[in-house]
Design a protein around this ligand. Structure first.
Ligand SMILES: Cc1ncc(COP(=O)(O)O)c(C=O)c1O
Length: 404
C-alpha cells in the first residue's frame, strides 16, 4: 500500500538536528563516547517538591480529563506568576495550557494561519518555527539577523519584511540558538513599527525568561508597549526553568478571542495537557524560586568557560550571551580549510560532522537555525565537559591546512 503524504508535509524539512543526533549515537555506539553539546534541555533534575506534588496528585486520583485550557487552579497560578514577576494582568480565559510551549505555538499557528499567510521569523531561529508555520499552511519569511546586530531583528528589517499578508512576528528572547536578548529600547523600537501594521500579531516566546545573566532583567514587549496587548501572545512554560522538559507543559497568555480559537484546535487534538503535569506545574509556579537563580548563575559560569576557551581560537569568533544556555560561534575561519584526512570543510554542517567524527564533540550546524556558517553549543553540560570539548575543538582546528 502506498501512503500518500498530505500536501502540507511537502514544505516540511526532515530534522537536521535529529539527523545529527542519530549520527552522534552511531559514533557513541561504536564505543567512542562523545561529548554531546547539542542538547536543548537543562542537565538539572526536576526539584523534589514538584515531583512530590505530582505523586500526591496521582494518589489524589487527579487522573481524569481536565478542561481543555487547563485546570482553573493552574491557570490561576499562571495568572499570579504574570502579576508577581511581569506586572501583567491576565484573566483565566486569557490563559491556555498545552503539552509544552511547542504545542502552544502550534495551536496558535493552526488557529490563525490560512494558505499564503506570512510569518516573519528572524534568523537564526529555533529550528522548529519554519516547519511549524509550514505545517499550518503558512509561509515563513526568514529575515537574516547578522552577528553585528547580536542576531536580533532591527526595526528597519521588520518594516521591510511586513506585507498585508503578515500575520505574526516570532520574537524569542533570550534566544535559542544565540542567547541574544532584546533590550527595552530595542523592543520599543520594534513596537513603533508594529503599531502601523495592525494585521501583525506578536508571538513572544519567552521560554528562557528566567535564565538571564550578568544581572540583566527580563523585559516583555508588553512591559514597554502595553497598548499592543490585544496583539501579543506570550508563550512560556515549565520545561526550561524547572527542568521539566519531559513533563510536557507550556502555557500561553493573550487576547481572549485568540485563546478561545487555540482551545478549539487543542480540543480536537490532544484535548489538554497531562493532568499530573498540570498539578505538578502549580507546585512549580507557586513554589520556591531560589534554585532558579543558582541554576542561572551556573549557566552563566559555563558560558564564561566556553567564551574564554573558544575566544582563544583565532579561527572562531564567539559572542558572549545574555541568557538561555546556548552559544553560537562563527566558524567562517574554518570554511575552505583542509582536514588532515584530506577533506575540505565547505559548510558548517561539514565542520560539525568533522568535529563529531574526529573529536567526538557533538555541536549543531548553523544551517539548522537559518544562519551560516556557525555552530550552536549548548552549555547543558558540566564545566569540565565544556572545557574538555572546547580543548578538543581547539586541537582539531590547529590541524587544519589552507587549501591553496
Ligand atoms: C525557543 C523555544 N521555544 C519553545 C520550545 C519548546 O519548549 P517545550 O519543551 O515547552 O515545548 C523550545 C525548546 O527547545 C525552545 O527552544
Amino acid at each position: 500500500m502506498i501512503i500518500i503524504p498530505a500536501d502540507r508535509l511537502g514544505a516540511v524539512q526532515p530534522s537536521m538536528i535529529l539527523g545529527l543526533v542519530q549520527k552522534a549515537r552511531a559514533v557513541a555506539a561504536d564505543g567512542h563516547p562523545i561529548i554531546d553539546l547539542g542538547i536543548d534541555e537543562p542537565d538539572f533534575t526536576t526539584p523534589d517538591h514538584i515531583k512530590a506534588a505530582a505523586i500526591a496528585a496521582i494518589h489524589d486520583d487527579q487522573t481524569r480529563y481536565t478542561v481543555v485550557p487547563g485546570t482553573p487552579e493552574l491557570r490561576s497560578a499562571i495568572a499570579r506568576k504574570f502579576i508577581r514577576e511581569n506586572s501583567l494582568s491576565y484573566s483565566a480565559d486569557q490563559i491556555t495550557v498545552a503539552g509544552g510551549a511547542k504545542q502552544v505555538i502550534f495551536n496558535a499557528l493552526m488557529a490563525t494561519l490560512s494558505k499564503g499567510d506570512e510569518v516573519i521569523i528572524p534568523a537564526p531561529y529555533w529550528s522548529s518555527y519554519p516547519d511549524m508555520v509550514a505545517v499550518a499552511d503558512g509561509t515563513p519569511v526568514i529575515v537574516d539577523c547578522p552577528q553585528s546586530q547580536m542576531f536580533l531583528i532591527s526595526p528597519e528589517q521588520l518594516q521591510a519584511a511586513i506585507t498585508p499578508r503578515t500575520r505574526w512576528l516570532m520574537l524569542n528572547s533570550p534566544s535559542n540558538p544565540t542567547g541574544g536578548v532584546y533590550t527595552s529600547e530595542q523592543l520599543e523600537a520594534l513596537a513603533r513599527v508594529l503599531r502601523d501594521h495592525p494585521q501583525v500579531m506578536i508571538m513572544s516566546d519567552d521560554i528562557y525568561e528566567h535564565l538571564m545573566f550578568d544581572g540583566r532583567k527580563f523585559t516583555y514587549i508588553l512591559n514597554v508597549a502595553p497598548d499592543l496587548v490585544d496583539r501579543v501572545l506570550i508563550v512560556n512554560g515549565v520545561s526550561k526553568v524547572f527542568a521539566m522538559t519531559g513533563w510536557r507543559l507550556g502555557y500561553g497568555a493573550g487576547p481572549k478571542a485568540l485563546i478561545a480559537q487555540m482551545n478549539t484546535v487543542q480540543g480536537q487534538s490532544s484535548t489538554h495537557a497531562c493532568s499530573i503535569s498540570q498539578a505538578a506545574s502549580i507546585a512549580a509556579i507557586d513554589g520556591p524560586t531560589d534554585f532558579i537563580a543558582e541554576r542561572a548563575a551556573s549557566f552563566q559560569a559555563r558560558r564564561d568557560v566556553v567564551v574564554t576557551a573558544l575566544g582563544a581560537v583565532p579561527e572562531l569568533s564567539v559572542l558572549s550571551t545574555e541568557g538561555a544556555f546556548y552559544l553560537y560561534p562563527n566558524c567562517a575561519g574554518l570554511i575552505g580549510k583542509r582536514t588532515s584526512e584530506g577533506l575540505v570543510l565547505s559548510t558548517d554542517a561539514d565542520v560539525c560532522t568533522w568535529l563529531l567524527e574526529r573529536q567526538r564533540v557533538s555541536v549543531v550546524p548553523g544551517v539548522a537555525f537559518g544562519l551560516s556558517p556557525y555552530f550552536k553549543i549548548s552549555t547543558a553540560a558540566s564545566k569540565a565537559q565544556l572545557s574538555e570539548a572546547c580543548g578538543r575543538i581547539a586541537t582539531a582546528v590547529a590541524t587544519l591546512e589552507p587549501t591553496q
